[in-house]
Design a protein around this ligand. Structure first.
Ligand SMILES: Cc1ncc(COP(=O)(O)O)c(C=O)c1O
Length: 417
């Protein structure tokens, strides 16, 4: 077979065809950005406001963080290049200790990406046991689960707490791993971690939870909190006032911290086992020095000003959400996090809607099937602390225009997904 024929086969696969069409027919894929100015981006001659970035705290633009890179590059070179098994610049233990202290966890292990963590760690933890996975879990969790199944684990999915309870009660070969998103990457909603953990603990299962979008945004609730996101951005387990018993927390720096690095919060004994079992620790190239430097500088900025940034983020996010809800437009976001998905009406075409967004100067994340259920195809905007009120005004005005034209679905009685 000619290798290019493989492309035709891929195009026929329903899992990829919606994205293939959007790549071919919209301007929101593979965009080449020629210039960045705050949250404004230029593509060719066209300026847009960037609502697709997940740099929730605006650390990508933060002068104190940008200024921290140069010194570390001179000290360590651009890239360590050893796999972590072989050698680690001293930045690594500094990051892992500061992160453990921030999370209030016993220990942490950092690896370049969450994708690598799921693919390598889920199979190691599940062994020939059982994985129960949330139907709305991120694709990269699913990939790790499927890989684990190929190595002997049994895989089932659940769509609700009741289904999870029934699956756990049925009795399963151990170890039993319950896998899910923290702040959900599509709906922006925060799962009922306490109820999940009660079930896991009652059945001796481990909750493996990916809080890529919560880390840096939500954290421990406190009397002096500056917003309902809580303080410190120390992620979902602290936000829910829970302990790390029966929990493996996974998170990343590639969203709120604008760096290429990810982590597991685990007891030291498990961290050490993963050091001999997880392929990215043993064999993968590590994160570049600049990313390690921006993580450390990010911890400083988070400690100094993080709560102020989060209160701004919350204020601007609720400006958008109140506007959307006031128009009677449906969004699955009921928890006021900065991920706002706007499903389009079922008779509307995402390509046509995307063209209008482009013309009105909005750069968004398109959300096709199967990334979201068929009845929630639409687009997603993320608010960040680097947005301005003028940009929020503009976004709200465009949402009003599209709503008046019937582009969106009407709000439902029970809007949580
Ligand atoms: C929930 C979730 N997990 C994992 C990832 C991938 O993270 P990484 O880029 O660190 O592999 C994403 C990125 O969008 C995500 O939203």
């Amino acid at each position: 077979m000619h290798v290019s024929h493989l492309a035709t086969e891929v195009d026929r696969d329903p899992r990829y065809s919606a994205i293939a069409r959007l790549r071919a027919e919209t301007r929101f894929y593979d965009a080449v950005i020629d210039q960045v100015d705050g949250r404004r981006i230029r593509v060719g001659e066209h300026w847009l406001t960037d609502w697709a970035s997940c740099n929730y705290l605006g650390f990508d633009l933060e002068p104190d963080i940008i200024g921290a890179v140069d010194e570390q590059l001179r000290r360590w070179g651009t890239h360590p290049s050893w796999s972590r098994m072989l050698g680690n610049p001293a930045l690594y233990p500094q990051i892992e200790q500061r992160l453990a202290a921030l999370l209030g966890a016993e220990d942490t292990l950092v690896l370049p990406t969450i994708t690598q963590i799921h693919l390598s760690v889920i199979p190691v933890l599940a062994q020939q046991g059982t994985i129960l996975v949330d139907s709305r879990a991120h694709k990269t969790i699913w990939d790790g689960c499927v890989f684990a199944r190929a190595q002997g684990a049994t895989l089932s999915r659940f769509r609700s707490l009741d289904e999870l309870a029934a699956l756990l009660a049925a009795g399963n070969p151990g170890p039993v791993l319950v896998c899910m998103d923290g702040v959900n990457s599509m709906t922006g909603n925060i799962p009922d971690v306490r109820a999940c953990l009660d079930l896991c603990r009652a059945h001796g299962a481990v909750l493996y939870i990916d809080d890529a979008h919560g880390f840096g945004v939500i954290g421990a609730r406190a009397d002096d909190e500056t917003s309902p996101y809580g303080i410190s951005g120390n992620s979902i387990i602290r936000y829910c006032g829970e302990s790390y018993d029966n929990v493996v927390l996974v998170g990343g720096f590639s969203k709120a911290y604008s760096s290429l690095l990810a982590f597991l919060a685990v007891p030291t004994v498990l961290k050490n086992r993963l050091k001999s079992a997880a392929a990215p620790y043993l064999y993968s190239g590590p994160s570049p020095t600049a990313s390690l430097a921006t993580v450390l500088a990010g911890f400083d900025v988070n400690a100094e000003r993080g709560d102020k940034l989060r209160s701004e983020l919350y204020r601007m996010t609720t400006r958008v959400l109140q506007h959307v809800r006031g128009l009677g437009v449906f969004t699955p976001n009921t928890d006021d996090t900065p991920i706002i998905e706007l499903p389009i009406a079922l008779d509307r075409d995402l390509v046509e809607v995307s063209e209008r967004l482009w013309e009105r100067g909005l750069f968004v994340t398109l959300a096709p099937y199967p990334g979201v259920p068929r009845d929630q195809v639409g687009f997603r905007v993320q608010v960040t602390a680097a947005n301005t009120d003028a940009e929020i005004d503009h976004l709200n005005a465009v949402i009003s225009e599209l709503a008046a034209d019937g582009v969106f679905q009407e709000a439902r009685e029970s809007s949580a997904s």
